[in-house]
Design a protein around this ligand. Sequence first.
Ligand code: MG
Length: 168
Amino acid sequence: MPLSNALENALNEQVGIEFESFYSYLAMAAYFDSQSWDGFASWMSLQSSEEQEHAMKFYNYVLDRGAIVKLPPIKAPSYEFGSPLEVFEASLEQEHHVSSSINKLYKLAQESDDFATVSFLKWFIDEQVEEEKTVSDMIEKLKRSGDNPETLLLLDQVAGARKPESGA
Ligand code: MG
């Protein structure tokens, strides 16, 4: 069954949103690197790689369904932040944006009776729960540490210990 035009367009838009996410995490990694927060920088760099993988999952899915990949323009991300907490808050906002976009896609796939796309999107629905939780946890820890330099340094090390997700 071919993809409907509406789904083809929405999936292509999602490729762009995932690349925007990749781009934005890359800018966050650069910010942390420039401030010598090596652990946070490594965390953001891993996150940006995951977003690129997400974008490619959508890209490959569009191709697998015999539709056309039309890469949309992507927005330039913010690159100035006031603190590690501010960066992670921006990250959570972005994850909310991605989740809401995936939810809309899921609804569209259901309304189009496109069960292959519904099934494909399930992984992303679960993944977003995980993404929001990970970022929210970090925000809580950063809030708790306030401006205490020792705690911030410890959190930077914790963030630096993050390993790439297998199978993402
Ligand atoms: Mg993603």
